[in-house]
Design a protein around this ligand. Structure first.
Ligand SMILES: Cc1cc2nc3c(=O)[nH]c(=O)nc-3n(C[C@H](O)[C@H](O)[C@H](O)COP(=O)(O)O)c2cc1C
Length: 221
């Protein structure tokens, strides 16, 4: 069982979000998972140029650290998405990675995976980014088992959140083992399936890779 955590703070080892994510991953390890933490601040991930090559060929043409990062996401059983809250959303580093993932969402590449979200903020708004990251995970096809966060500057908030983070990591690893189904999220998966089926069918000539992928999955029958 392999769980990949990806965190988007620019602060490296000083990041509060990363600290919380490390506890999530420790909890997952204690429940039997092999874990890896990728800190986006150490990677070179360039902006998507919307060239459309990934739709046609299934691979990004930009030669940077994104293609190997995507490869890790695709083999992971579990994904932990983490970001500080910057103005009601994730950081530019995290968003830049997401913007490179138009083909993986069209091909619903997180189906069968489980995930969770981690966020911190200065004030009490961390749930906004946790909701955003959870929504992204589910729209890519994963089941989310929850989120953890805190207003990192508030006295005692991090200390209170750390045990919750460890517990969430355990819940994530257990879900990968037990494979629960969440009906509300399954409804979102069904809606995304219908939407991308229509898109891929309509765009067969422009998106030959994606059309072939959907065919191989038996999703166009
Ligand atoms: C550019 C920027 C924008 C931010 N926007 C918000 C915000 O809108 N609301 C908030 O509560 N905190 C905001 N913060 C504070 C961070 O969310 C907070 O310090 C967070 O814990 C940092 O996480 P990190 O240590 O993992 O980088 C912002 C910080 C920066 C640098």
């Amino acid at each position: 069982m392999y769980i990949l955590g990806i965190t988007g703070s620019p602060k490296g080892a000083k990041s509060q979000t990363r600290r919380l994510m490390e506890s999530v991953l420790a909890g997952a390890q204690a429940t039997g998972a092999t874990t890896e933490l990728v800190d986006l601040s150490t990677l070179d991930v360039k902006y998507c140029t919307a060239c459309g090559a990934c739709y046609a060929k299934g691979a990004c043409v930009i030669n940077d650290d994104y293609p190997p990062l995507l490869a890790k996401m695709l083999v992971a059983d579990g994904l932990v998405f983490g970001s500080p809250l910057y103005f009601s959303s994730c950081t530019a580093q995290f968003k830049t990675m997401l913007d490179r993932m138009a083909d993986p969402i069209h091909t619903q590449r997180f189906l069968g995976k489980y995930g969770c979200a981690v966020a911190t903020s200065g004030g009490p708004e961390f749930p906004e980014v946790n909701d955003y990251l959870t929504n992204v995970l589910v729209r890519f096809g994963a089941f989310s088992v929850g989120s953890v966060g805190c207003a990192a500057m508030m006295p005692g908030a991090m200390e209170r959140a750390l045990p919750d983070a460890t517990a969430l990591g355990g819940t994530l690893a257990q879900a990968i083992a037990d494979r629960p189904v969440f009906a509300d999220q399954q409804a979102i998966h069904a809606a995304m399936h219908a939407r991308f089926k229509a898109l891929v069918t309509m765009s067969q000539e422009r998106f030959p890779y994606e059309y072939a992928y959907w065919q191989q999955q038996g999703w166009l029958d």
